[in-house]
Design a protein around this ligand. Sequence first.
Ligand code: SAM
Ligand code: SF4
Length: 327
Amino acid sequence: MIDGYGRHINYLRLAVTDRCNLRCHYCMPEEGINYMPRKELLTYEEMVRLTALLSNHSVNKLRITGGEPFVRKDLIHFLQAIRQQTNIESLNITTNGTLCKPYLSAIEKLEFNSVNLSLDTLDEDRFFQITRREGFKDVLDALDAFSMMPLNLKINMVVMSDTNIEDILPMAFLAKEKDISVRFIEEMPFNGGNDRAKASVWDHNDILNHLTQELGVLDALDTKHGQTATLFKAKGFKGNIGIIPAYSRTFCGLCNRLRITAKGVLKSCLYDKGVFDLKGFMRNGASDEDLLMAVQSALIHKAKDGFEAEGKRLGSMMMESMSTIGG
Ligand code: SAM
Ligand code: SF4
């Protein structure tokens, strides 16, 4: 699958739910979002069908996201079906880590290529302030458990200029003793209309300057195709440090991804408002061939970058919550 700019699309991000047990203030308002009725969500069968189809046509990497994936019942069985019934080679998941404990041995058996664990602070009180829920110790336990597994562990920290700047360095130091990647993400405006007063976004330059003041010059590592994080190595660190310019959008030229939201809408860019209703099409009897043509035609019109996609929203505000998109 190739888009209109000749970019090879091989990476699917699939949001398996819009529900979440946390209420991170950069993602959702205090009361949460208006969850979709369950029948509006893609069923597991529908998700396996779409993934299997795409995996027969150049998509070889899948990331499971949400909402919080482990909130959805029987997630492990679904993941086993993905392993057994699709040609996905690289299976990955993004989780807040709070609900993983009962599933650790099943998770290990699934042989994930990577787990992205979201954690925005190492301070328990600030964790509560950011997520508006308990669960800090569960995330630290998940971090320890995942760091013992044979997979790439990446910690995602959203940098909020008014909330967790002082957490940047302690979080970076997690990569000193452990061979993990600690990634700092620019805050994006997808917070479901949360009206928290936000000071200006700390961009990738602000984050890098802050890190180098304490850690000295960081060596830039090679970038893999489609990688959104710019990776660095600090002297004496086992792991690495990443910066994701999610708001500055400097990585779009090498984009290799498509997204399917929890309600089955295809997004060809994180910043578009959704370009095709795959669920409706499937439920109206679309064949595999019809589905494939619909995806390919959406990709031909994929925006050049996130700015173009945002511009095409024709004035519609970005009121979505990241929990419906999946990051
Ligand atoms: N619930 C899971 C989690 O938090 O890891 C998966 C879904 S979450 C929407 C996926 C990623 O998006 C997380 O790493 C989260 O920190 C990030 N995210 C959510 N809202 C964001 C925002 N407004 N700006 C930047 N990143 C955001
Ligand atoms: Fe939930 Fe993840 Fe959004 Fe936080 S970032 S509210 S954990 S979906």
